[in-house]
Structure formats: C-alpha cells, structure tokens
Design a protein around this ligand. Structure first.
Ligand code: SF4
Length: 311
C-alpha cells in the first residue's frame, strides 16, 4: 500500500506475475496460499515443477507458471533480485511493465510504471486521439515526466489505483479525480470516448478430442508436453487441436473454451485403452490433480451430461 515501507521484492514479483491477465479477486487467495507454501524465493526455487504447476492450476496462462519457476531458480542462483528495471528485464517472464513495477515499488527506482489502467488515465488526461497501442511511447514519456524521485513506488501504485477505481473504462468518476482540473477528456464531456478502440479480429476456431478412460472409479490422466499450450499441466489424454473439424462421434461431454488467440471446441469421448505416460486419478480426488480450467470444465461437462441422463 502507498505510504507503507517498501515490500519485499519476492512478494511484489509474485503478485505482479500472478496479476498478469488475471483479476485481483481471483489472485488474492492464491497469492496467500503460494506464500504459505513457499515463503521465500529460495523455497520456490527448490520446489518441484509439478507442485508449482498444480498450485497454479486455474490461474491460466501457464507459460507464466513455467517462467515463474525458471525466474525463481535464476534469482536464487544470483542470491537476490537485481535492483534495477534493466537488470530485472533479463529474468525469465519479466517484461517491461513488471520490471518497472518491481524496481519502483520494491527498490524505489524513479521509473515510469505503465499498466493498462495507467495508460487509460494518461490517454484521457492528455486527450490523445489514439489506441493505447499507438501511443505507448508518448504515454511512457508523460508518466516519466510525472514520476517523482521521492517514493516513486507510491506514485506508481496510486496511479494504478486511480485507473482501477476512479478512471474506470466505463463511467469514470471525474468528480473524485485529483487530475480532473487539467484533464482533456473530462473537459470534453465524453471521457469514455478515450482511448480509441482497436478493431478486434475474429477468433479462429480449433477442434480437439479428449479421451475419457474410466476404470474402478478412476480416470486416466496424463501430463501435457512441457513445451506448448498448458505445458507440463495435468490433462485428459487426446488428439492435437487442429483447424479441421473431426468426424462427429458421440460425445460424453463438450465445451467451448476461449484462449487468447483461438477458441477451442473440445469433445470428450469414451476411450478404452490407457496410453502414454499417465496415472489413474480417483474421481473422488480429482481436485488434487491440479487440472487447469480447460480440463476441469471438460470433466464437469461429462458429469453434467451423466446427471442429466440419470434425472
Ligand atoms: S478526470 Fe476523469 S477522465 Fe480525467 S483522468 Fe480523472 S477520472 Fe479519468
């Protein structure tokens, strides 16, 4: 929180990585559990990959979890986090924003910290007629010119809070905003018109089949290959995901799941033989398997079809 002593870099880094593309409400309880299990960067660096990936299950964007493990090990080997944004940038999974946020909040580096919320505030404040993408450099320059040498971390967090709670995407509360007097968007009377919207391309569709192999109250699970989508996560076995629609087979369950760059139509079909490296997971203990959201929903779709048939 602004005004409090600088938090440990480990906590700042962990929360920033968890918050990338995931909401505060979803992250908060998971963040606390992570800290209980692995209270220091050294503890996390020493954890087994499978344990970290299972703990991450449900937070999505699993490349982040793999980068988290790699970064923890690199920092543990270095002995500590680098204390500048430039040094932090060299670590796995730390991009420009995350490096700046850690450097400002944990180490007091006076650097521009620009997340989507801050970018929206600045675009409105300066009245820039563009998308956030088109004005990235200008936004960063404006934030840099506003960032104080004293307590830059507090300034960064205040700007992010301002964007999240007052200068919201819809219905900004200009009456409660400390920037209102000089804000171009507020003066225009239509602050929501900023920033310009970017045109969204239609999401392509891919198709996949997941195999449901059940025996004695357990189902066969496998671990996905380390590289690629959901790498290293527990999964139902099945086909590759392709753009070609497979021939229709009677499915036990079906889900549609949106990834960032495509939509997946996944059918769950009964299959006889357990293949590949895997394990029998008791259905009653499925929650311990660390299934990512995609496969949790696929499993639930099978149970829902079953209870609909039984009703
Ligand atoms: S005055 Fe309104 S539009 Fe301008 S920065 Fe504040 S909340 Fe956003």
């Amino acid at each position: 929180m602004p005004g409090e002593p600088a938090p440990e870099p480990y906590r700042v880094w962990l929360s920033e990585v968890m918050l990338q593309q995931t909401t505060v409400a979803a992250v908060t309880p998971r963040f606390e559990r992570f800290l209980q299990k692995w209270p220091t960067i050294e503890a996390l660096a020493a954890a087994r990959d499978e344990d970290v990936l299972s703990e991450w299950a449900g937070l999505g964007y699993y490349a982040r979890a793999r980068n988290l493990i790699a970064c923890a090990r690199e920092v543990a080997a270095l002995g500590d986090f680098p204390d500048t944004a430039a040094g932090l940038r060299k670590l796995p999974g730390i991009g420009e924003y995350t490096a700046a946020a850690i450097a400002a909040i944990a180490f007091g580096e006076p650097i521009a910290v620009v997340d989507t919320n801050v970018a929206r505030v600045i675009i409105r404040f300066a009245g820039l007629e563009s998308t956030i993408e088109q004005s990235r450099d200008t936004i960063r320059e404006i934030v840099a010119s506003m960032t104080p040498a004293d307590r830059p971390g507090d300034f960064a967090q205040s700007m992010m809070d301002l964007g999240a709670t007052i200068c919201r995407p819809k219905s900004p509360v200009c009456g409660a905003c400390p920037l209102a007097e000089d804000c171009v968007a507020a003066a225009s009377g239509e602050p929501e018109r900023f920033p310009a919207r970017k045109q969204r391309a239609a999401r392509p569709v891919r198709y996949g089949i997941a195999h449901w192999i059940e025996r004695n109250g357990a189902i066969w699970l496998v671990r996905r290959p380390r590289k690629g989508m959901l790498g290293g996560m527990a999964a139902l076995p099945g086909s590759d995901w392709t753009e070609e629609q497979p021939k229709s087979r009677s499915a036990l369950g079906h889900i549609t799941h949106d990834f960032t760059h495509f939509r997946l139509e996944l059918a769950v079909v009964a299959h006889k033989s357990a293949t590949g490296d895997g394990w029998w997971q008791k259905i009653d203990d499925l929650v311990d398997a660390g299934l990512p959201t995609l496969y949790r929903r696929a499993v639930e779709s099978v149970f829902q079809s079953r209870s609909a048939l039984a009703a």
